[in-house]
Design a protein around this ligand. Structure first.
Ligand code: PGA
Length: 267
């Protein structure tokens, strides 16, 4: 993946800044994708090789497809894992280390996705340990945060996000090795999205929380929005303050939809 080549000095770090951060559109295939899915990834790879979008593009397939995709896409498409264990190796049946993902061709890994937090009881401390493991292996950590519907209704959104950012983000995180993804749990897979102004409010707050945690590096850190992103809403979401790309679930499974989002984000 092309490193985030934003010049931190070009940004003042003010909350409403829209510095020259190269966007990232990452597709999270979740537990979807048998061999046939490789054709979707190849279609994306070929389209972006031809159109050279103004955004980095990544697919996070199931780990079973990483190695073959890395071989097929040969650097044209960045690849990420969907989770990693905090340890480098050891007696952890069924788990994968960040080093193994790197070895399979990944340059990034998602950590702390709400489905992992909910289904596997992952706490902020566990997520932080996984992000640190990603850094140890030289991977970009895509750290996910987001409130549940109940928390939003109770007016707890910013409090929850502040806690998640403070506790999930390694203190040594930089704009080059870490991406933060805001994914309201209630927006994932539901077809619902927050309003653009709600997204802007939360993203601006996240940049502030990240800056409290890691300092000036937060100014150039990519903040992705995720949750029911599709070609028809991608452009307006991208235009929101402090949104620097998208983490896309369902719509990343079909190349035309994913490419529609890339076009909206990269134009
Ligand atoms: P969705 O998923 O785009 O299908 O809502 C997003 C995600 O979980 O990353």
């Amino acid at each position: 993946m092309t490193p985030n080549d934003a010049d931190p000095a070009a940004s003042t770090g003010t909350p409403d800044a829209k510095p020259a951060i190269r966007p990232l559109v990452a597709g999270n295939w979740k537990m979807n994708g048998l061999q046939e899915a490789l054709a979707q990834a190849l279609a994306v790879k070929e389209a972006i090789a031809a159109s050279k979008p103004a955004t980095d593009v990544m697919i996070c397939p199931p780990a079973t497809l990483l190695m073959v995709l890395a071989e097929l896409s040969k650097g044209g498409l960045a690849l990420g894992g969907q989770d990693c264990h905090a340890a480098q190796s050891g007696a952890h049946t069924g788990d994968l280390s960040a080093e193994m993902l790197r070895d399979s061709g990944a340059t990034a890994v998602i950590v702390g996705h709400s489905e992992r937090r909910a289904d596997h009881g992952e706490t902020d401390a566990i997520v932080r340990a996984k992000a640190e493991a990603a850094h140890r292996a030289g991977l970009i950590a895509i750290v996910c945060v987001g409130e549940t519907e109940g928390q939003r209704r109770a007016g707890q959104t910013l409090k929850v996000i502040a806690r998640q950012v403070a506790n999930s983000l390694p203190r040594e995180a930089t704009a080059a090795n870490t991406v933060l993804a805001y994914e309201p749990v209630w927006a994932i897979g539901s077809g619902l999205t927050p309003t653009v102004s709600d997204v802007a409010e939360v993203h601006t707050a996240i940049r502030g929380y990240a800056s409290e945690r890691i300092g000036p590096a937060a100014a150039a850190m990519r903040l992705l929005y995720g949750g029911s992103v599709k070609p028809s809403n991608a452009a307006e979401l991208m235009a929101a303050d402090n949104v620097n790309g998208a983490l896309v679930g369902g719509a990343s499974l079909k190349a035309p939809d994913f490419l529609g989002i890339i076009e909206a984000y990269g134009s």
